[in-house]
Design a protein around this ligand. Structure first.
Ligand code: AMP
Length: 225
């Protein structure tokens, strides 16, 4: 299965990508996570990327595309989260997949009005170890401030600040929303109402995957979380 999750910052695409990748037992490739890891390690690409990420700007395509190319070369199934974010990235992804004789099964776009997302982003907490995502009100960890899975101290991302959030929304509107039409034209776009609970959306994503697998002749059913 090869799926792309599309949606504005805070739409829940990372959470849904994690849930479905775990259910399917295939990698979730989050360019945000890959870039943060590279920045933490202090690699040249990571150090350069960090300057852009802190401002809420897009990291140059040359860096991001290289990371994705490497990540998808390890297997023919994946869930992409946060990539592509520009038309150029989308066409490059098409070319890379074509070289591998592969294609995307679906692009799942999580639709949420931007004005409801500031609260979601400012309450978001992330695990530095496993990248699990929580929210202080909507999806709190069992023990305050600690990851349910690894027990690590959760942190608030440096780009979940009001200034960076505004900039990320502007970039999303300008650079990423054209992808909705791009994938609509290709017939791979599936749009979900992202204003519902995590479990409701997961159930719908599970149904979509089951339908896609049926088309591929695979039969399974998915637990939601
Ligand atoms: P995310 O974790 O998906 O919210 O991404 C965090 C930040 O990483 C973004 O605000 C960008 O600075 C950078 N980033 C992630 N994915 C991409 C991408 N596909 N293209 C450019 N920059 C990206």
């Amino acid at each position: 299965m090869r799926i792309v999750f599309l949606g504005p910052p805070g739409s829940g695409k990372g959470t849904q990508a994690q849930v479905i990748a775990r259910s399917l037992g295939i990698p979730q490739i989050s360019t945000g996570d890959l870039l943060r890891e590279a920045a933490d390690k202090g690699t040249p690409a990571g150090t350069k990327a960090q300057e852009y990420m802190e401002r809420g700007a897009l990291v140059p395509d040359s860096i991001v595309i290289e990371l994705v190319r490497e990540a998808i070369s390890n297997g023919d199934q994946f869930i992409l989260d946060g990539f592509p974010r520009t038309l150029e990235q989308a066409t490059t992804l098409d070319d890379v997949l074509e070289e591998m004789n592969l294609a995307l099964d679906a692009v799942i776009s999580i639709d949420v009005p931007l004005d409801s997302l500031v609260e979601r982003l400012s309450g978001r907490l992330t695990c530095p170890e496993c990248n699990a995502i929580y929210h202080t009100s909507y999806n709190p960890p069992r023990q305050k401030g600690l990851c349910d899975t690894c027990g690590e101290d959760l942190y608030q991302r440096a780009d979940d600040t009001p200034g960076a959030i505004t900039h990320r929304f502007e970039i999303y509107k300008k650079q990423t929303t054209p992808l909705i039409q791009y994938y609509k034209d290709k017939g791979t776009l599936i749009t979900l109402d992202g204003t519902r609970s995590i479990d409701e959306i997961s159930a719908e994503v599970g149904g979509i995957i089951t339908r896609l697998e049926k088309d591929h002749g695979v039969q399974r059913s998915y637990p939601s979380r």
